[in-house]
Ligand binder design. Structure first.
Ligand code: ACO
Length: 331
């Protein structure tokens, strides 16, 4: 296999039509628009229809990509789907996407890295392409978090939304886009963010919230604010760049207040940060592509700019990347 470079050639996204506003949440639980905006920066989230599942959202994101960029996906070698909300334990979500899009000769694989799933997926796609193993990899981050959210629990239900984003990673003719990558894990902290599966305990502690997302928001906040600034600095140094050479920092859109705290302690200020948090909520593996799409649509993110993506969440785990943005501007 020959060593090659990889590039992102196209992007697409999808969010469901139904909007869940802070005013709607005020009718469901004892909360207020003021509390939600002040603690999270969120105003709205999108919610999938009852009969809409994560592979439907993922498929629509790829269809959006094909509409915007007129790319051929018939020769995709591998579909990677990052999701925490698959409609089945198996078959994989990626295999449902293959069936929907009728891609003839492709491998399929789901990634379980919660909110860090999309950046892990990009790292894997880059390594599959640069190793010479494959030519074209579809990376999708897709979630229907509304389906695992307890809408009687005010501490979680205000946070989450649904959506999907897709990138096409291909072998590059010239220089590649991927400049540096890091990842890391604090597995003992897994107890702070989970959804129950076959076991009802972790670290000997009984688990709560059967079938719904459970979090210890304070612990997640502390871990993220302690971990990300230092790791982001390390990532930028690994790319042999200075922070002021990074045009945009794109963290997982967990919560705007948490991102503000990360920026206060980290190498890149909030003004150079892209998020999807205000009108999409926390969409886990979909939040980074949704933020990039919004930035492209607003004319902020431009071809040739350098960006640092940083996914983090359940695990507790994180994965970061420095990229040169070379997706053609279709605006
Ligand atoms: N509306 C009104 N009051 C609320 C709400 C709500 N929606 N939720 C909690 N409260 C109350 C609590 O009951 C508590 O009341 P009490 O003092 O009378 O007991 C008070 O507000 C403070 O509660 P805390 O949970 O301590 O609130 P905190 O200031 O920590 O904010 C938050 C909560 C926003 C979740 C914060 O911890 C946070 O940002 N954590 C990060 C977690 C996160 O983003 N998780 C997303 C998933 S993880 C990921 O994506 C990486």
């Amino acid at each position: 296999m020959n060593q090659s470079m990889s590039t992102i050639t196209a992007m697409g996204t999808y969010v469901p039509d139904r909007i869940l506003s802070n005013a709607d949440l005020e009718k469901l639980v004892d909360t207020s628009d003021e509390w939600i905006v002040q603690r999270t920066g969120m105003r709205e989230r999108r919610i999938a229809a009852d009969n809409q599942f994560v592979s439907d959202l993922a498929t629509k994101a790829v269809e959006d990509m094909m509409r915007r960029y007129n790319v051929n996906i018939e020769d995709v070698d591998m579909i990677l789907v990052a999701t925490s909300t698959p409609e089945y334990s198996f078959p994989s979500t990626a295999s449902r996407v293959q069936a929907n899009l009728k891609i003839p000769h492709t491998g399929v694989l789901d990634l379980n890295a919660a909110c860090a799933g999309f950046t892990y997926g990009l790292q894997l796609a880059d390594s599959l392409v640069t190793s010479g193993m494959y030519h074209k990899v579809l990376v999708i981050g897709a979630e229907t978090l509304s389906k695992i959210t307890d809408y009687t629990d005010r501490t979680t239900c205000v946070l989450f939304g649904d959506g999907a984003g897709a990138f096409l990673v291909e072998r590059a003719a010239g220089k590649g886009d991927f400049m540096a990558a890091i990842s890391g894990t604090s597995g003992e902290g897994g107890i702070h963010l989970y959804k129950t599966g076959l076991s009802s305990e972790m670290n000997g502690v009984p688990l709560e919230g059967e079938g719904c997302l459970v979090q210890n928001g304070r612990e997640i906040y502390k871990w993220a604010v302690r971990t990300i600034p230092e790791q982001l600095s390390g990532l930028i140094a690994k790319a042999e760049m200075k922070p002021d050479q990074i045009d945009w920092f794109v963290p997982h859109s967990a919560n705007l207040r948490m991102i503000e705290a990360v920026c206060e302690r980290g190498p890149i200020p909030l003004e150079r940060t892209l998020t999807s948090v205000e009108y999409r909520g926390n969409t886990s593996a979909a939040s980074i592509p949704l933020a990039l799409q919004l930035a492209v649509d607003e004319g902020k993110l431009k071809e040739g700019q350098s960006i640092a993506l940083f996914g983090f969440g359940g695990g507790l785990t994180y994965a970061g990347l420095v990229l040169r943005w070379s997706v053609p501007d279709t605006q």
